[in-house]
Design a protein around this ligand. Structure first.
Ligand code: GDP
Length: 138
């Protein structure tokens, strides 16, 4: 079944010039971009997006990192999009990410790991609508 996932190219990747390379890997893996924009999140907005992690010890670092520079937010469509995109990005910690994954190539640490990918269809819909109205999804 064709479905959708949500991604962000995170500030580390934006600031080191990796946005184009990451979008190229996403395209080469067969995802169709149905919405996309660059946004510089405020700390408050980054905290809201990651509210589910608010009790975790790394929450403060995560909010600081995600509001450090612009991100590229996008909704992607493909058969089996959520699961296939998680495979394409690789493990949260780049030291454990497989060869050929985005995080293996572009991430530097467990916190600064270049990309986000939704972990379920339900979260993909919630996260996509955090950034995009219906009119901005094609
Ligand atoms: P993901 O689904 O692979 O992105 O991983 P999680 O949902 O577990 O964590 C969300 C994000 O929080 C990760 O992508 C990292 O940016 C950050 N994060 C997770 N674990 C750590 C950690 O131990 N330290 C720091 N600084 N950030 C972390």
């Amino acid at each position: 079944m064709t479905n959708r996932t949500f991604t962000m190219i995170k500030p580390d990747a934006t600031l080191n010039g990796s946005t184009g390379g990451i979008l190229g890997m996403i395209n080469a893996a067969g995802f169709r971009i149905v919405a996309m924009k660059m946004v510089h999140l405020s700390a408050a907005k980054a905290g809201e997006f990651y509210a589910v992690h608010s009790e975790r010890p790394f929450y403060g670092e995560l909010v600081e990192f995600m509001s450090r520079g612009p991100i590229t937010a996008a909704i992607l469509e493909k058969e089996n999009a959520v699961e296939d995109f998680r495979k394409l990005i690789g493990a949260t910690n780049p030291a454990q990410a497989e060869e050929g994954t985005i995080r293996k190539k572009y991430a530097t640490s467990i916190g600064e790991n270049a990309v986000h990918g939704s972990d379920s269809d339900e979260n993909a819909a919630i996260e996509g609508s955090f950034f995009f109205s219906k009119l901005e999804q094609f």
